[in-house]
Design a protein around this ligand. Structure first.
Ligand SMILES: [Fe+2]
Ligand SMILES: [Fe+2]
Length: 183
């Protein structure tokens, strides 16, 4: 099913993220596990950045949207912290498994909150044409962010020298979205 509006695109992402998390958990070699984890980091960095740039600002303006948005942003911040911790760990470490399971539960809960609290508000307060147009802005991030961002030098706008790949990917995704918004 092809997404015909930004909510459809988000639902597709959520399904893909769930599959990617299963792939990390079921990988049988450490190379496969590491590769699956890096793909997941990239996907989550782009997805959450796109939601933060494209849909959360609209949800904030909807009735009761402020509280919903605040909670979603807190969950996204928390998720990024756990991802950044996981990035520093060896995927074969038993602690990685424990932390990853926490991340998986948090990500599933977060996606459910968005589907139940955010999406109905967007549908009710934003017109259909705009929700359709925003699909390409939401997808723009995916096309421009580099696949091998973990090899790129840290270049956070805040000048944070310890910025990891997660931050670097999110920065590039944000730039791509902002430029797509202007068109
Ligand atoms: Fe999110
Ligand atoms: Fe999401």
């Amino acid at each position: 099913m092809a997404a015909n509006d930004v909510i459809g695109a988000i639902l597709e992402d959520h399904a893909e993220i769930k599959q990617m998390m299963t792939k990390v958990e079921t990988a049988t070699t450490s190379d496969a596990k590491e590769e699956a984890f890096h793909s997941l980091v990239r996907k989550l960095a782009i997805h959450e950045t796109a939601e933060e740039e494209v849909v959360h600002p609209l949800t904030r303006k909807a009735p009761d949207g402020e509280a919903v948005t605040k909670e979603l942003l807190q969950e996204e911040d928390q998720g990024k912290k756990v991802l950044a911790e996981l990035e520093k760990m060896d995927v074969n470490d038993s602690e990685f498994g424990v932390k990853f399971e926490k991340l998986r539960r948090d990500v599933l809960h977060h996606a459910e909150e968005e589907e139940q609290q955010e999406h109905p508000r967007l549908q009710a307060s934003v017109d259909d044409g705009k929700l359709r147009d925003l699909t390409k802005v939401f997808r723009a991030a995916e096309q421009t962010a580099p696949t091998h961002a973990h090899k790129a030098a840290p270049e956070s706008a805040t000048g944070n020298m310890v910025a990891g790949p997660l931050v670097a990917i999110a920065d590039r995704a944000r730039d791509a979205i902002r430029s797509a918004m202007k068109h």
